[in-house]
Each structure stands twice: as C-alpha cells, then as structure tokens.
Write a protein that binds this ligand. Sequence first.
Ligand code: SAM
Length: 254
Amino acid sequence: MTLAAKNQIESADIVFMGIMNKVGEHAVRKLNPNSVSLDDLYQDGKSRALTYAQMTDRIVQAVVEGNKVCAAFYGHAGVFVTPSHEAIKRVRELGLSAKMLPGVSAEDCLIADLGIDPSKFGCQSYEATQFLFRDYRIDPYMTQIIWQIGLVGEASLSVLDAKHNKPGLALLTEILLEHYPADHELIIYEAPTLPILQPDIQRLALRDLVHANTNLVSTLVIPSLGLPAYRSDRLEKLGLTEQQVINYRSPSTN
Ligand SMILES: C[S@@+](CC[C@H](N)C(=O)[O-])C[C@H]1O[C@@H](n2cnc3c(N)ncnc32)[C@H](O)[C@@H]1O
C-alpha cells in the first residue's frame, strides 16, 4: 500500500477489509485494530451482485452513522471492485466526501514480473466473461490482459471456485484461434500475495488453454503478435515517410 493509504487506514474510526488474505488482514489490523473483514458476506451459491450490494451498504451505513470510514480492498481498490466505486458514489450523493486512493493492482504486478511495458504494443485489458458475452474486438497486435479467467463463462455470479470454467475456456480458445496461431504462447499469471512467494507464471500454447490450471486469482496474458504495419496513408497526410519515422526512432540518429 502507499503511504497515503497507510495513513488513511491508521486514522479511520473503522476499516472495512475486502482483502481475501489473512496475512493482509493482519497487516491492516496492526495499523488499526478496529478493522472488520467483509469476507463473511461471500457464500457459495449466493450472487456476488448481492454480496457487493451488502458490502456497499455496510460501508455507507458506517459513514451515515458519523464515522470516518476506510474501506481497504486488495490490489487497487478501484480495479474490478464494485463496492468501492458504488460506496463512493452513494456517499457523495448524500453530500458527504469520499475519495479513492490508488493501490498496486494485479496488472501492475504482471507488468513488473513479466517485463511487459504497455507502451510497446499497446494493451487491451478486460474481464473474461464480459468479453465472451458481448461483441468485443481483439487487436492481436496489442498485449491482451484478460481478468477473471478462472470464472470465464460463469453467468450466475454465484460460483466461488474455478472448477466450472472449461466450457468458457473452450469458447475463448475458439475466438482466440480466429486471431492467433494454435501454438501462440499464452501466460497464466498469478502475482505473489506474500513477500516470501514467487510469481506463478505458467506458459502454454493457445491450443492447450482449455486444460490450463486456473484459479480465482489467475490472469491470462496473451502476448502481442508483434507491431502492426505502418499506415503509409496516415504518414503521408502528416508529410512523413515510413523510413523517416524509423530513422527518428532509431537511437543512432538521436
Ligand atoms: C475481483 S478482481 C480484483 C482485482 C484487484 N482489485 C486488483 O487490483 O488486482 C479479481 C481478479 O483480479 C486478478 N487477480 C487478483 N489477484 C491476482 C493475483 N494475485 N495475480 C494475478 N491476478 C490476480 C484475477 O484476474 C482475478 O480474477
């Protein structure tokens, strides 16, 4: 966490924790003993939409009661977290103040562990099931970061383990095969959540994706096919040629 986040945790009247990790909870409790977990609201078979609404209610209620409230979610509190955004919106609608502080998301960890700079090829980052269900487009020249691969194709939002995602993985593979060769190397990535652990980096061919070992904290990374061709029509409109652009970008000419 950042120093700013640490400071907010320390100075809150109450801290709600959506951390899903006992060591992380312990670290927060050491900063503020009045910290309560939100994890009791998760139940197998219960819709996560309801769980998130109840988390939001708890956070907002504590603010309404006059407390200085901090809600601590693992990673970045605003990345793939519904109750954080929803609670801030509702508190502001009540005319009270609320602010989100940034954290270190799984995407930040994978940039570090896999050495992927999003500026090199560009990057598309999205949720696996929404991608299957809707008419989204892949640009295979950009890096793809696909979140919640462990629950891909799970529509009910009520499953809490990653054992039921084979049909989703099979459909995702079918879509990806429209854009990539079957031997294109993919990465199933898991960031370490304890300082003593190493990242879990599984490399596999696209054709084997359906047999991949995934869990609730797996993120799928699809490396780019490479840089796309230059668009000479666009360069021409700017009075440039491809060779000029290549020369400008070459260190020897700088
Ligand atoms: C509900 S989202 C929470 C994301 C979290 N707020 C963050 O900033 O990383 C859960 C998804 O985040 C990704 N994720 C969470 N923990 C991860 C980890 N340790 N390594 C890789 N990806 C992770 C996975 O895609 C997982 O399905």
